[in-house]
Design a protein around this ligand. Structure first.
Ligand SMILES: NC(=O)C[C@H](N)C(=O)O
Length: 491
């Protein structure tokens, strides 16, 4: 058997070595599980692993290698991957890291999961998250938090914290996450990996447990732009099962050549002056701007005058949509059931009380209140109006620039328990939320470590709607300067 070196492979490496027959896909699965066995007791990235399914997929890859059809129609043939645990996959539970769904068995497979598996990827397991994707730290998971591989006393971010941490630790080169207000970009920033939230409508939401249906987006984590582009190519298909998904007609691997000559990059002055932005993150973003300028891009100052209202609007719209979406978890149609109650109403009440954690209940209460008569007009309407204004801000900005550079998160990873006030936690997404509201694409690229904390910092690149290639192109110029994401040494 080929001796795997200690440096974990990228997807592109795996594809080359499988083709060379340096090792078999079955060896990849064994090796991946050896790494997981070693690190998982510390990191807690998984809610469940699925070695049998990975081995079955690996056997299919190995058969393709044998009959010389390897990689022909499969762009991720033999590449190990992981899925956030709000994505349905037959043969696994889909728990959303909640007591409510702890025993819920997927009855079908989400399109995004099928997109990767259909390309020959090997499913390693389901990844930990904040309960129902409510949070920025994975601390609300019923399975306990995942750890940041760069410093295990710190959170990996959230809600897709398990996905970001698994890729940063080198379990596999690609994992999927979901992003409603920042849940891919913020953990990517905290864990020093690439995280992409595509434009709403590029990747199918079918089969992913809904949080905010008008805000949710699915995207990949990776350590190199090549792998990120491969994953985007697998995911960007139109899906008749999600009527909002039109896909994208771009080969993302062709736009990551680092060439940003003449590209106009917007710098949002008010973001860089925002209260709460730490100096080290600000410095890193200014440095990234210089890197792009030196690569012959043109920096243009822009304003997004209504973006400051984004968090307020999100915490009206998000909970309203979550409240409606989570109504199905009622102990009868879906979810945890506390038996022995005299009538249905008390069974509902008791089951939902035990089944949902504090943050989920907070959002449900908030959404139910905000949608009630009288209150609705006062909050929901204005929030929708703010949404139009923010969308218009981005449209105006993208008449002047091709891409926007901003911080992904105002700070680097915080310690467990450090942020206990929910309103404080909500500020984690101060630079990401407006993009979900407008529907554009946004991504985080790791630009090295902050001068004060020594922890990873992510630069956010924001693209016009359905022009995700612009941000991937700009990120590839950053990659040429900073290099790909580094695997964390877990101590
Ligand atoms: N799901 C997300 O995108 C995360 C966001 N921090 C929230 O709690 O809503």
């Amino acid at each position: 058997m080929y001796e795997f070196n200690t440096k974990p492979f990228t997807a592109a490496d795996y594809l080359i070595h499988l083709k060379d027959r340096a090792f078999r896909a079955t060896d990849i699965v064994e090796n991946t599980f050896n790494v997981i066995e070693k690190l998982e007791p510390t990191l807690n990235c998984f809610t469940e692993t699925c070695k049998e399914q990975a081995l079955a997929a690996a056997a299919a890859t190995d058969a393709r290698v044998k009959d010389h059809t390897f990689g022909e129609n499969n762009i991720l043939d033999g590449v190990p991957v992981g899925f956030k645990d709000n994505m349905n996959m037959l043969g696994t539970n889909t728990t959303c890291s909640s007591q409510m769904l702890k025993n819920y068995k997927s009855t079908y497979t989400a399109t995004c999961v099928n997109d990767l598996l259909g390309e020959g990827a090997l499913p390693i397991g389901k990844l930990n998250m904040d309960e129902f994707a409510f949070g920025s730290s994975t601390e609300t998971s019923v399975f306990g938090p995942s750890k940041n591989p760069h410093d295990i006393e710190r959170v990996p971010g959230g809600s897709s914290g398990g996905s970001a941490a698994a890729v940063a630790a080198g379990y596999f080169p690609i994992a999927l996450g979901s992003d409603t207000g920042g849940s891919i970009r913020q953990p990517a920033s905290f864990c020093g990996v690439i995280g992409i939230k595509p434009t709403y409508g590029v990747v199918s939401r079918y089969g992913v447990v809904a949080f905010g249906s008008s805000l949710d987006a699915i995207g990949p984590f990776a350590r190199t732009m090549q792998d990120a582009a491969l994953a985007m190519n697998a995911l960007k298909k139109r899906d008749p099962k999600d009527c909002t998904c039109q896909g994208a007609d771009v080969d993302f691997t062709t736009v990551i050549d680092g060439n940003v000559k003449g590209m106009k990059i917007g710098i949002v002055k008010s973001f860089l002056e925002a209260e709460g932005l730490t100096t080290e993150v600000k410095h890193k973003i200014e440095e990234a701007a210089k890197v792009l300028e030196e690569a012959s891009a043109e920096l243009v100052e822009i304003e997004l005058p209504n973006a400051k209202a984004a968090i307020s609007a999100y915490y009206v719209l998000g909970p309203c949509e979550a409240f409606s979406n989570l109504a199905r978890f009622d102990s009868v149609r879906y979810g945890y059931c506390e038996e022995g109650h005299p009538d249905l109403a008390t069974q509902y009440e008791a089951s939902r009380k035990t089944g949902f954690g504090d943050e989920a209940r907070r959002r449900i209460f908030l959404g139910s209140y905000l949608l009630s008569a009288g209150v609705y007009e006062q909050y929901y309407y204005p929030a929708q109006q703010v949404r139009t204004l923010i969308t218009q801000d981005y449209k105006n900005a993208f008449e002047k620039v091709d891409c926007i550079l901003a911080p992904a998160s105002p700070r680097t990873a915080f310690k467990f328990g450090e942020i206990s006030d929910p309103a404080q936690m909500y500020l984690s997404d101060m630079f990401t939320i407006s993009i979900n509201i407008a529907g554009n694409g946004g991504m985080s690229f790791p630009v090295g470590n902050g001068e004060d904390t020594g922890l990873p910092v992510g630069a956010q690149l924001i693209a016009p709607a359905f022009k995700d290639e612009n941000m991937l192109r700009a990120a590839s110029a950053l990659e040429q300067h900073y290099g790909p994401a580094q695997i964390a040494e877990v101590e």
